[in-house]
Write a protein that binds this ligand. Structure first.
Ligand code: ARG
Length: 371
């Protein structure tokens, strides 16, 4: 309780300081103290929820896209207590975030964790949109576990490479399952190459809204166990990781072959060349479709601006270099040549304890496990 009070105070002070009205903090802090004394916890105002969520993004050390933290759309879904209504809200989130192509960074916040440490609702999905993975090798191997869970609840996939998983929402003791509407809820882009016709025979596609749904958001000592959030994609996430990793879609060889590269020796650098062509294709296809995406050079420049702005305001930027550098041509961006302080500040997003490191959301980790 003491701890909660302290964390609430730190957050409220920070919020009012940054909003230029530090004198307003005291009153609100006393109000929160009373509420904690009476109920053991407290409730954020919408302004606090909204600013706190933005700070959680600003403090996300792994994220290169933080220049836009103030533009986060914060949807208050704290009144929702049923899985069914949560599924509706999640689908609305997806449609709102996709907009008409200009992706809107959005978080939908469901009820906070209760005093027993339980979340009234939470998602078993890693992202709101994700493709199933099968033992046959088809689909996204990252989704094997979630696919099993869906199957155990009666879901049947088509056994393909891009079958949309249903939403899997825990409400109390039960997991409820809701299909997405492929047409209405999910915008998908067929991947073609700017010059090579044959490239489309690879049959690749991807969705436009990456909405992480298995992390919790912490603001001022309050935890939101269900708070799916999205930005837009950086091309490399899809092209250099999802399509290329040997433990994901693993398509480098096929890409090199369809583009007639010499794959007889590794030293022809066919892997590197295939990576570049995959990245060009993803960026080109999204752009042609009018769907928001950013290349890693532009994203790095935006991150430079973010750091500059923060420093000018007297704030220190924290960051995780191992995640901030792009997986292709890392040394071609300035981030590679800088050092970052990886201190974790709150508000922030954290892995839920039911998510193991190997289900890590941004799919980039240095250790032995899957990701
Ligand atoms: N790397 C993840 C993926 O490929 C998405 C993580 C969030 N990315 C983002 N641009 N907001 O699906």
């Amino acid at each position: 309780m003491r701890r909660l009070q302290q964390e609430a105070e730190a957050f409220i002070h920070q919020m009012y300081r940054e909003k230029g009205k530090p004198e307003a903090a005291g009153g609100r802090i006393r109000e929160i103290a009373k509420e904690i004394q009476a109920t053991g916890t407290y409730t954020h105002t919408y302004e606090e929820l909204s600013y706190g969520a933005k700070l959680a993004w600003r403090n996300s050390n792994k994220c290169i896209g933080r220049l836009f933290w103030e533009n986060l759309h914060v949807i208050d879904a704290r009144h929702i207590h049923s899985a069914e209504k949560a599924a509706e809200a999640a689908r609305e989130h997806l449609r709102f975030a996709a907009g008409d192509g200009k992706i809107r960074p959005t978080v939908t916040v469901f009820p906070q964790r209760n005093l027993d440490g339980e979340d009234p609702l939470f998602f078993h999905n890693h992202q709101l949109i994700r493709y199933a993975g099968y033992e046959t090798g088809r689909g996204d191997p990252h989704s094997l576990e979630t696919t099993h869970l869906a199957e155990s609840l009666g879901w049947k996939g088509r056994g393909g490479d891009f079958d949309l998983l249903p939403l899997l929402i825990q409400e109390g003791e039960d997991i409820h399952m809701f299909p997405l509407d492929q047409k209405q809820d999910v915008q998908e882009i067929d991947i073609v190459h700017p010059e090579e016709e044959k490239f489309k025979e690879l049959g690749l596609k991807w969705y436009t809204v990456p909405a992480i749904s298995d992390m919790e958001m912490n603001i001022g000592g309050i935890t939101y166990g269900a708070a799916p959030f999205n930005g837009w994609y950086m091309g490399t996430e899809i092209a250099a990781r999802n399509f290329a990793d040997s433990f994901r879609y693993d398509r480098l060889k096929e890409t090199a072959e369809i583009l007639d590269m010499n794959t007889s020796k590794i030293s022809t650098l066919w892997k590197d060349r295939a990576l570049v062509e995959l990245n060009r294709a993803v960026l080109y296809s999204f752009q042609e479709a009018g769907a928001g995406i950013v290349d890693h050079h532009t994203a790095s420049e935006q991150f430079r601006l973010f750091c500059g702005k923060e420093n000018q305001l007297g704030r220190k930027v924290t960051g995780d270099w191992t995640w901030l550098i792009p997986p292709v041509s890392p040394a071609s961006v300035h981030i590679f040549h800088e050092a970052y302080d990886n201190t974790v500040n709150t508000p922030n997003f954290f892995y839920r304890n039911n998510t193991s490191e190997n289900k890590c959301p941004f799919i980039k980790s240095k250790d032995k496990s899957l990701f």
